[in-house]
Design a protein around this ligand. Structure first.
Ligand code: MTE
Length: 314
């Protein structure tokens, strides 16, 4: 089994304590970095992963930010809630169902998938709709591989994803404050789901996913805003119509079905032209950088949207 190590950023690339303590989100990640590191290593298993396409070039964000600064409302609304409140969640055993308009419905044993040698490393930019970004070294398998095995019917045009519902293990699901109707749901067009970049991740940094990052299996669509990356997926269904999505249901004028990263289409309440780079620093605080069209993946995905009005289809 290959033990692999990611290139660690130089210590000069890591936000100094006084800088991150001055920012609320940095406070969450910084104060929790030790807890996150412990939670991340306590139950994580090393994966048999090998470099896939897109596994070079980008320097990953330090692990404590990736595992300590999260959105996972099933565990609470604050960035440090997922790492603090996901200790009672037991991701294995886990069955992932692929059903709907397919010739061969599948029930996948995710525990077995974690032991497979098909797992690829993909280092992707991640851009949250809240205008921050990270670079995350994922380990996973292309979604297309699993969908092809299920043999989509010719009428299938969309893919619907559903997260797990376990209020006894997920305190955010029993809270009256979330306002979200569970399960968290997401969707893609079938051609987006089949794009080689679209990944079902089972790990980060060469080890199985920590609970707060969506154990045991979650979606990664690097040219779209992070909320499309649905976590702890139990069910995937192929449909002939566009499925509802959690954020679109909550605020349809703010979060569209497509959610492609686009610096020219602002969120109604803030600009999307640039992003805060989580885990970085400058003399003046967290580094800001311009946001790239399709998050830098235009070469691979722009054709999917040829002729489409991206302002209307945000
Ligand atoms: N999936 C579920 N089930 N529940 C969630 O609250 N949050 C989304 C997405 N997937 C979310 C989810 C949002 S808003 C973002 S930005 C990403 O997960 C965050 O992924 P990360 O915490 O691994 O960076």
């Amino acid at each position: 089994m290959a033990i692999f190590r990611y290139p660690r950023p130089a210590s000069s690339d890591i936000t100094p304590k006084d800088v991150y303590l001055s920012r609320r989100e940095m406070l969450g990640a910084g104060a929790l970095s030790l807890t996150a590191a412990l939670a991340g290593t306590a139950s994580a298993d090393a994966l048999k992963t090998h470099p896939g396409p897109y596994s070079g070039g980008l320097a990953p964000t330090p692990e404590e930010f990736v595992t300590g600064y999260n959105n996972f409302y099933e565990f609470g609304m604050e960035k440090d809630d997922p790492v603090s409140h996901s200790g009672d969640f037991h991701p294995l055993p886990w069955t992932l169902e692929i059903s709907g308009m397919v010739k061969k419905p599948q029930r996948l044993d995710v525990g077995a998938l974690l032991k497979s040698s098909d797992i690829e490393e993909r280092i992707y930019r991640m851009r949250c709709v809240e205008a921050w970004s990270m670079v995350i070294p994922w380990d996973g398998i292309p979604l297309a591989k699993l969908l092809q095995a299920a043999e989509p019917e010719s009428g299938a045009k969309y893919v619907a994803f559903e997260s797990v519902v376990r209020p006894s293990e997920m305190p955010g699901q029993s809270s009256a404050f979330s306002g979200i109707s569970w399960p968290y749901v997401e969707g893609l067009r079938l051609d987006e789901a089949m794009n080689p970049l679209t990944l079902l991740a089972v790990g980060i940094y060469g080890e199985s996913l920590p609970n707060q990052n969506g154990a045991p299996i979650r979606l990664v669509v690097p040219w779209k805003y992070g909320f499309k990356g649905i976590k702890s997926i139990q069910r995937i269904r192929l449909l002939d119509r566009q499925p509802p999505t959690t954020w679109n249901r909550l605020a349809p004028s703010e979060y569209g079905f497509y959610a492609n990263v686009n610096p020219q289409v602002d969120h109604p309440r803030w600009s999307q032209a640039s992003e805060r780079v989580i885990g970085s620093k400058t003399l003046f605080g967290t580094k800001r950088q311009p946001t790239l069209m399709f998050n830098g993946y235009g070469e691979q995905v722009a054709d999917l949207y040829r002729g489409m009005n991206l302002h209307d289809n945000f």
